[in-house]
Write a protein that binds this ligand. Structure first.
Ligand code: FAD
Ligand code: FES
Ligand code: FES
Length: 1334
């Protein structure tokens, strides 16, 4: 065998010849570290977020065609790219030359906030256009199944890209394409409102996409394609990569290296390597073996080579479906249906069918279909005869074990055509529709005796019910000969129960749900096939429409409006109140925006990786670093004894955590030490080799365990008014209940990353940090290093999302890095992988509430007693403030005469929980809306009636004696109903539900009343500073203490400066936030940054204006530059510091201002629910929100939509799972599901309240970052409404409890019916659950 090297490929048109290709290296590592193309981001490293998406192009000799594929660079081995061309975000456009239309359009459409996801989204869209220059809107919207964004809520991205589609814009006549100026702004002259926030500065031509302008595929790769189609071998010190080009070569290599692993997409092996520490010394890539890459259709079926990717299978099956009679392709149709939910475009573009079969995962999507279809495998090895293997019940031999011998190679798979009497369907339920692995999947096949409904043969294969995919053999045998009728269905359900048992503590949990799905799937199959038999006239029964619809309909394309008040300009350059794009939008869409990890390595820079506790509670008996210190590249191990100052941290000046655990560990993921090495990979590998000896102790994990063990953090706190006991005595009815809200992982796309640079003099250090709280970090680093704060500078350019998660927790990794930097006197970088970030950094506090509510028969609430417990984890962090917010918002928008709210902080052995957008507000509101629903259900009245009966009036006082003046609650409540057409839609929903048993609609209407900003207790944070310099060329540099994390703070500050100074915005620049320019910054949190830093910037600019005023007056026709020049010549200072503060005064007795002012909103949401699976679709959401006089409607609407989407995630999707021993089970996007593109409401309408003004903040605006988050719960309550209808059909009425998040398992089990009742829950405490509720 002759093998050629080096590795040759192209990146952005440039030829790369790599003589030392390392089989372990991914494309992402290569482009970022070696080529310094840092546009492509590392968000997860497991193919689950799409931040690393690039386009890979290759020339297919056989098809004489250039193929462009979107690919996850984090999983693509560099060795797989020989002879291919890679395009990264830098390769398509730049601010220095010309932006690509995709980049420009996304920037103009406000499709970026923090921008970390943006390059990946740009590259997905770009790849789609390269393949299909004028896609339909549907094609476009389904293309982002592999991309996540945590900030925007996705709507602006989809709406922005609509201009590239060929369908008419759903904005109708409001479409920006219909406007001459291309601005997208449509003024409705009658009421001064504007619809559509497209950037007013947009250039019309940017909307056009011209494929002829694209760079050409490198001719060398086409002309000399044969030269690239050679056998390859790449070796590093530990690994070898072979790429044979013939079957013989492959068989020889496999004989020579019997334990070698074959590789195609690396979507399974890559995960095993990263997360299971697997090593693959020899890899054999089978992408170029012809026999394994062919797809052939004959009379009997489709023969698919084992290396054929899933995307190609989709193409081949679609072409068969399009060309053959319907009855022949029913199996292919079921595959197509399933494949659209298989992972993402990026994964399907590289993952092969062989890899899926050979991985033999119990939750594979394809194996149940292949087994039910009776697929046949063709396998070969060097020394034995080729053989055919039937994929039946004997094929799988155990967990991830198949019938193939280790030396055998899967060559191809034959998927049969169906026959005329055959019906075949596939089913899958996952927590999220886009890119999620199955909870349960199934392939169900039936063949009837000709012309009858008598079963001749039936095959039922289920995934997710055992360590392997299983066939329900007893069920299959029992049903043969049966008619397709109710008695057959009953028999099937009984047999499936016996065939597919699961013990209550089975891996994966959700046991009753999974068992219920087995029969629910079968029921869907039953109804669908029955409908077919009725259509054919084989069964004469008439199936009523209410019974025949058993699945959600196809999702429509998204649409929506964003309406805001038109503001007149005070000067030609005035942009306050206008929808101006984020100041970094273009840098973000071109990949030029620099985040900490994008900074080039500096001389001597090292990386630190952490040794983390693997126990939740234990004494540390020993730490053995001997093996780790021998590993390549390792420089040192740092731990508690290396801390020059104090080994403590907390919320400054508090300190209740250790930087490095010294004697004991208190949670899984606590930092014990750090390995410093020359690269991140070396440091991480060595950190895993450190052996820690533990003496385990029993951990406290849940709130209930903390209560039972009296494990509280400080005293409980109360707020309230009146006399609750007297109130209960006066009430007609008193109800009690309990509800919980689960944890929420922040999942900012940029994980926590810092670089610490020791300055070699006076103990100074400089930190580039991803933090919302620069000063807090500065002070804590100084304390750890034993130096004064004036020796520590913390700099923040931008951060890739934060949401509260980067307020305090980043300190936990910055401090070890700072200790290492000082000890080794070297710059140190720490950038966490996604799993490390999720394990170390904590979440939104989970809550458990016990409530007692007294009310009249009419529904007037008289008395409320609510006891709230939050799980703070191992330390306090911001949990007290979280509880303060929860207590002060314990009645949301309802006026209750007697209230007692008590809050306890539970100390447990999980990572320290922390701030998350809106602190404890959403949890508290959720508890309120739960007992409101409870009261309504108790009385049998609509929830809206109870809400309205109790709702505050704007003239009322909040229960803690702060006037509600300026809240606009009443108007918002009315407007949201008008805009959403609530009343008539409620009737339509009821009508729909009367006629539909298995698919239900639900409608909700909820308010939010939010006290914005830091409360009076923390009034010291209501201050902000800014520094404004005017340079002699007239340019202005603004620096302020706030951090830009995607929320559009900098652009608002630029708008304010440009407005006050009356200069065009492009004269104003903001660079970074640094503690040596602005001292004592308040964290960018509490929705306050625009208020306090806006006030400070305004103040500084006004001072400067005052200084320039004489020059303007004396030379009214002069230019800005001339005034600046003249002032300078007169020795006038052209730099000013601005300051803003607030003074909140409140006390229990007299009330006053606990919060600076009120922000209100309300939402109406409609959902469609599949009662058989618990899946749902959000059909429409209408939001009315008060933002005062918006500084920037595009930014504010972006905040509303982004917060809504996060709230939707919190209450309906994001299930954070920890096992009873305190080990985190959800460590990445594969297991923790944040909302994805498909979760955008099909119709999303946002209205900013007209005419609202606010004296408490800059230019009459209001802060908006946090309040709308709770409106995401409108999805939860709409789902609950739909479940009520399903229960009512079963004769079950009255209140029922559902905890948050309402994931499909909870929803399905609440939809009580014959299938769910078949599988009652096991007694709690009688088994060890797979995960616990925190
Ligand atoms: C983000 C993400 C999402 C995913 N979503 C899904 C999903 O929704 N549903 C699902 O079922 N799976 C899913 N997977 C799993 C995975 O993508 C599939 O199993 C995929 O088909 C594997 O193909 P591959 O070519 O990448 O395999 P590789 O990783 O290249 O190989 C996988 C295994 O198969 C072996 N192998 C490959 N070809 C052969 C052959 N011809 N003969 C013998 N052995 C062979 C390899 O040696 C290796 O052990 C997901 C994975 C990721 C990373
Ligand atoms: S970094 Fe590659 S998909 Fe997340
Ligand atoms: S803008 Fe998408 S993750 Fe921040």
């Amino acid at each position: 065998m002759e093998f050629s090297t080096p590795l040759v490929f192209f990146v952005n048109g440039q030829k790369i010849v790599e003589n030392n290709a390392d089989p372990n290296e991914t494309l992402l590592q290569y482009v970022r570290n070696r080529l310094h193309l840092t546009g492509s981001k590392l968000g997860c490293g497991e193919g689950g977020c799409g931040a690393c998406t690039v386009m890979v192009s290759s020339y297919g000799q056989h098809r004489d065609q250039i193929i462009h594929l979107s690919v996850n660079a984090c999983l693509a081995p560099i060795c797989s790219l020989h002879g291919m061309a890679v395009t990264t975000v830098e390769g398509i456009g730049s601010t220095k030359t010309r932006l690509h239309p995709v980049q420009e359009q996304l920037a103009n459409a406000h499709g970026t906030q923090c921008g970390f996801c943006t390059p990946g989204i740009v590259m997905s869209m770009y790849t789609l256009l390269r393949n299909n220059p004028r896609p339909t809107q549907k094609e476009m919207e389904s293309y982002f199944d592999g991309n996540l964004c945590r900030c925007t809520g996705y709507r602006p991205i989809l709406q922005g890209f609509q201009s590239f589609t060929k369908d008419a814009c759903p904005m109708g006549e409001n479409c920006c394409m219909n406007k001459k100026d291309g601005s997208g702004q449509v003024t409705n002259n009658t009421d001064g409102m504007v619809n559509g926030v497209a950037n007013g500065e947009a250039d019309e031509t940017s909307l056009l996409y011209d494929p002829s302008q694209e760079p050409i595929f490198p001719p060398e790769l086409k002309v000399n394609a044969h030269l690239y189609n050679t056998s390859l071998k790449f070796s590093s010190s530990s690994n070898t990569w072979y790429r044979p080009i013939s079957l013989d070569e492959l068989l020889d290599l496999k004989k020579l290296h019997p334990s070698a692993r074959l590789i195609v997409g690396n979507t399974e092996l890559g995960i095993e390597k990263k997360f299971k520490n697997a090593e693959f010394p020899v890899l054999i890539c089978t992408t170029h073996i012809e026999a394994m890459n062919e797809v052939q259709l004959d009379e009997r079926g489709l023969v698919i080579g084992a290396s054929v990717t899933l995307s190609r299978i989709q193409e081949a099956m679609q072409s068969a479906v399009d060309s053959l009679p319907e009855w022949k392709t029913r199996i292919f149709a079921a595959f197509l249906d399933m494949l659209q939910w298989f992972a993402s475009h990026q994964i399907r573009n590289v993952a092969a069918i062989g890899g899926n079969i050979m991985t033999a995962s119990p939750i594979s999507d394809l194996i149940p279909l292949l087994m039910a279809a009776g697929a046949e495998l063709y396998v070969m090895s060097k020394d034995s005869k080729p053989r055919y293997v039937k994929m039946d019940h004997t094929f799988l031999k155990g967990y991830r074990k198949t019938d193939l011998n280790p030396e055998e190679i899967l060559i191809s798979v034959k998927v049969p055509c169906s026959n005329e009497q055959e019906h075949f369907y596939g089913y899958k339920v996952a927590n999220r529709k886009d890119d999620d692995i199955a909870i349960v999947s199934a392939g169900l096949d039936v063949q009837f005796q000709k012309g009858t409904d008598v079963i001749e043969n039936i095959s039922c294969a289920y995934g997710g019910m055992a360590p392997t995919t299983v066939m329900a053999l007893k069920t299959m045998a029992a049903l043969i000969g049966s008619h397709w009728d109710e008695s057959m269905l009953t028999k099937a359900c009984n047999q499936l129960e016996a065939d597919l048992p699961l013990s209550p503590g089975a891996p994966g949990g959700m046991v009753e749900f999974r068992r219920t799905l087995t029969t629910s799937f079968f029921f869907k199959f039953f109804i669908t096939v029955k409908t077919k038999l009725i259509e054919k006239g084989i069964i004469t029964e008439i199936l009523s429409p209410e019974k025949s619809v058993v699945s959600l309909g196809p999702r429509a394309c998204t649409k929506g409006i964003q309406v805001f008040e038109e503001h007149t300009k005070e000067s030609p350059v005035d942009i306050v109140g206008h929808p101006v794009a984020h100041n970094s939008a273009q840098q973000q869409t071109t990949g030029e925006a620099v985040y900490v990890d994008d900074m080039k390595k500096i001389e001597g820079e090292l990386n630190i990786a952490f040794v983390l506790s693997t126990k939740a509670r234990a004494k540390i008996l020993s730490v053995d670093t001997s093996d780790a210190l021998q590993m390549p590249g390792v420089k040192d191990y740092v731990c508690a004894k290396d801390v020059p100052g104090k080994n403590i941290f907390g919320v400054w000046p508090m300190a209740d955590e250790e930087i490095f655990a010294s004697n004991e560990v208190y949670c899984h993921g606590q930092i014990i030490g750090g390995i410093v090495a020359d690269t991140k990979v070396h440091a991480q590998k060595a950190a895993k080799k450190v052996k820690v000896g533990y003496e385990e102790m029993k951990p406290i994990i849940t709130i209930e365990e903390a209560i039972a063990n009296n494990s509280f953090d400080g005293e409980s706190r109360s707020m309230g008014r009146g006399d609750t006991e007297a109130g209960f005595a006066k009430s007609d009815h008193v109800i009690e209940g309990e509800v919980r809200v689960g944890a929420q992982e922040h999942f900012y796309l940029e994980t926590i990353t810092h670089r610490v640079i020791p300055q070699n003099e006076d103990g100074c250090v400089e930190l580039y940090a991803s933090t919302q709280a620069a000063t807090d970090m500065q002070l804590q680093v100084a304390r750890a290093l034993g130096v004064n704060a004036n020796r520590v500078v913390v700099k923040v350019k931008r951060i890739g999302g934060a949401f509260g998660g980067k307020e305090i927790r980043p300190v936990s990794t910055a401090l070890p890095a700072a200790v290492a930097a000082v000890k080794l006197n070297s710059p140190i970088r720490t950038d966490l992988d996604r799993d490390e970030d999720m394990i170390i950094t904590g979440t939104r506090n989970p809550f458990l509430a016990k409530y007692k509510v007294g009310f009249t028969s009419e529904g007037k609430i008289i008395s409320l007693d609510v006891q709230m417990y939050l799980n703070s984890g191992k330390a306090t962090d911001l949990s007290r403030s979280v509880m303060t917010r929860a207590l002060s918002h314990c009645e949301n928008a309802y006026n209750i005469p007697n209230i007692r709210a008590t809050g306890c902080l539970c100390k447990t052995n999980i990572s320290t929980n922390t701030a998350f957008r809106a602190f404890g507000g959403p949890q508290s509101y959720f508890i309120v809306e739960t007992w409101i629903t409870h009261v309504a259900d108790f009385l049998g009245k609509p929830t809206k009636e109870i809400r309205e009966l109790n709702m505050y009036k704007d003239s009322d006082m909040k229960f803690f004696k702060q006037p509600l003046e300026g809240s606009n609650l009443t108007r918002i409540w009315q407007e949201v109903q008008e805009k959403s057409n609530y009343e008539s839609r409620k009737k339509t929903v009821d009508e729909f539900n009367r006629n539909s048993r298995w698919v239900k609609h639900g409608l909700s209407l909820i308010p939010v009343l939010y006290g914005i900003g830091y409360e009076s207790e923390a009034n010291f944070l209501n201050q902000g500073s800014a520094l404004v310099h005017i340079y002699l060329d007239g340019s202005v540099l603004v620096t302020h203490g706030g951090v830009e994390m995607g929320q559009g703070l900098h652009i608002k500050m630029i708008q304010i400066a440009s407005h006050v100074l009356k200069i065009p915005r492009d004269k104003v620049f903001i660079n970074d936030t640094t503690t040596d320019k602005i001292p004592n910054t308040s964290p960018s949190a509490a929705s306050s940054s625009s208020d306090i830093y806006g006030g400070a910037v305004k103040n500084a600019c006004e001072i400067l204006c005052k200084r320039l005023e004489p020059y303007m007056k004396s030379n009214p026709n002069g230019t800005w530059e001339s005034w600046v020049g003249a002032a300078y010549m007169d020795c006038i200072q052209l730099s000013a510091s601005g300051f803003y503060n607030r003074s909140l005064k409140w006390d229990k007795e007299n009330g006053g201002k606990l919060f600076p002012y009120w922000v209100c909103g309300a939402a109406v949401t409609e959902v469609e629910l599949d009662c058989l699976t618990g899946e749902h679709e959000v059909l429409r959401t209408d939001i009315v929100m008060d933002v005062g006089r918006s500084l920037n409607p595009a930014v504010d609407i972006g905040q509303i939509e982004g917060a809504f989407t996060q709230g939707y995630g919190l209450f309906c999707l994001e299930h954070y799972k920890i096992n009873p021993d305190g080990i985190l089970l959800t460590q990445g996007p594969s297991t923790y599901k944040i909302p994805s593109f498909r979760n955008v409401p099909v119709e999303m309408n946002v209205h900013l309240l007209k005419g609202s003004r606010n004296d408490e903040a800059v230019f009459s605006s209001k802060g908006i970052g946090e309040p709308p988050l709770f409106l995401g719960a409108s999805v939860f309550f709409a789902i609950k409404d739909a479940i009520s209808s399903a229960r009512a059909d079963e004769g079950i009425t009255g209140y029922f409890r559902i905890d948050s998040p309402a994931t499909p398992d909870k929803i399905r089990m609440a939809c009580q019916d014959r299938f769910s009742k078949q599988f009652p829950s096991a007694q709690k405490g009688s088994y060890r659950p797979w995960f616990v509720d925190l």
